[in-house]
Design a protein. Structure first.
Length: 177
C-alpha cells in the first residue's frame, strides 16, 4: 500500500465495495474483506474512510438485533460514486467486482444463518440455530437443541449454514399447510 495524502480515492473504493456487495456489512466484515483477504486498504485508512463516509451521510450504519451495526451505501453515496468512480483504478474496481460476485452469497448466508453454542451446567451443550430476517436482522426461526457434548455442538453449528434453508422449508411445509 502506498501512502495517499488525499483519501478521496479510499472513500470511493469503500463506496464501490459497499455498492458491489449489495448487502449491509458489519465493520468486521469490511475490515476482513478490505485488509485481511485483500490488500485494498490499510486498517487505519479504512477506519478513517468509514468514519468520514458515515459522518457525511454516504454510508448509513444500521443497528441490528444484537446492537451490531451494519453499513450500507446511501442514495447520496451512490450518486457521488456514479460521478467519481473512474478515479478508482480500473484493476481495483475489477478485483472488487470479482470478489463481490464470488463471495456475496456466502457472506449473506453467514449473516442470515446464525449458530452458537453454550455449555450447560452438566456435560451437555445448548446449540441455538437462527434464521434471521434479511432486512431486519430479527429471528425468522430460532431452534434450541441440547447436544451431549462439545463435539456434537460444533458439528451442529457447522452444518447449520448449509442445511438451514431445507430445514426451514420442511418445518414451514409441515406446520403451515
Amino acid at each position: 500500500m502506498e501512502f495517499e495524502q488525499d483519501n478521496t480515492v479510499q472513500k470511493l473504493k469503500l463506496l464501490f465495495l459497499l455498492e458491489k456487495m449489495e448487502i449491509p456489512l458489519t465493520e468486521n466484515n469490511i475490515v476482513d474483506i478490505c485488509t485481511s483477504r485483500n490488500d485494498w486498504f490499510t486498517y487505519l485508512d479504512l477506519k478513517e474512510a468509514l468514519c468520514e463516509l458515515v459522518k457525511i451521510g454516504f454510508v448509513y450504519p444500521e443497528k441490528c438485533d444484537n446492537n451490531e451495526e451494519r453499513y450500507t451505501i446511501t442514495f447520496d453515496g451512490r450518486n457521488c460514486l456514479s460521478h467519481f468512480y473512474y478515479r478508482i483504478p480500473k484493476d481495483i474496481r475489477e478485483k472488487m467486482t470479482t470478489y463481490s460476485q464470488e463471495n456475496r452469497m456466502n457472506l449473506k448466508r453467514s449473516q442470515e444463518y446464525v449458530s452458537e453454542y453454550s455449555k450447560n451446567g452438566d456435560t451437555t451443550y445448548t446449540v441455538t440455530l437462527k434464521i434471521k430476517e434479511p432486512e431486519l436482522g430479527t429471528p425468522l426461526l430460532e431452534i434450541k437443541l441440547k447436544t451431549p457434548n462439545r463435539a456434537s455442538a460444533i458439528e451442529t453449528t457447522k452444518k447449520w449454514t448449509d442445511k438451514a434453508p431445507q430445514i426451514y422449508e420442511n418445518i414451514y411445509d409441515n406446520l403451515l399447510d
